[in-house]
Design a protein around this ligand. Structure first.
Ligand code: AMP
Length: 227
């Protein structure tokens, strides 16, 4: 029996690109192990490990964890996943990390969610809250009855600092500057597979079809419905 080679994949995409949703669907349909650097760091911070304490000081300042620390952490985690198909999320974030990863394994494919910044901005800035009650509105999915005011009290709604257009623009620009070299690195190696679109549900069938050429769908029900 010929055993197909294990899948070594990376997923990349800016905040608000639908990366979480797509990753969850990939896990569900293809049973791959998902390793998220952000989740791993948060887990370490919660457990107050040495790495966690160090990571917190960087994350609190909105900075990246130094490459050597990050690489050691991720590569040691990957050792335990030797026998599995896996999908990396949030790592590599720099070319140095990508090079270190290349030294230990061969990446097969990099799934890049290419969603226009304007679409992401609209998505991320759609959230408005009523501070006194914590009620959350979304201008696209659950708008208030009267624009800008809370349905129950009629009081004004506000945006969290994180959701304000200027903050969102800054976050997106930072992502762009940071990850562009990594995308280029993988593009030059012919590994970058970009999926463009404005809606996750429209992008997903293409990602599903692409991965199906590599892996069987292991989800229990509706195996032929890619959702
Ligand atoms: P995330 O949940 O992926 O946005 O990660 C949260 C934070 O963890 C980031 O803002 C970084 O400070 C740090 N982080 C996550 N992944 C990496 C990485 N590959 N390299 C450096 N820092 C990282």
């Amino acid at each position: 029996m010929v055993v197909p080679p294990l899948l070594r994949a990376v997923i990349m995409g800016p905040p608000g690109s639908g990366k979480g949703t797509v990753s969850a669907r990939i896990i569900k349909h293809f049973g791959v192990k998902h390793l998220s650097s952000g989740d791993l760091l948060r887990d370490n911070m919660q457990k107050k490990t040495e790495v966690g304490i160090l990571a917190k000081s960087y994350i609190d300042q909105g900075r990246l964890i130094p490459d050597d620390i990050m690489t050691r952490l991720m590569l040691s985690e990957l050792k335990g996943l030797d026998q599995y198909n896996w999908l990396l999320d949030g790592f590599p974030r720099t070319v140095a990390q990508a090079e270190a990863l290349d030294k230990t394994c061969q990446i097969d494919t990099v799934i890049d969610l290419d969603v226009p910044f304007e679409t992401i901005k609209r998505r991320l800035t759609a959230r408005w809250i009523h501070p006194a009650s914590g009620r959350v509105y979304n201008l696209e999915f659950s708008p208030p009855k009267v624009q800008g005011t809370d349905d129950i009290t009629g009081e004004p709604l506000v945006q969290r600092d994180d959701d304000k257009p200027e903050t969102v623009t800054k976050r997106l620009q930072a992502y762009d500057a940071q990850t562009k070299p990594v995308l280029e690195y993988y593009r030059e190696k012919g590994l970058l597979k970009s999926f463009s679109g404005t809606e996750t549900n429209k992008i997903w069938p293409h990602i599903y079809a692409f991965l199906l050429t590599r892996l069987p769908d292991v989800s229990q029900k509706d195996a032929d419905t890619p959702r």
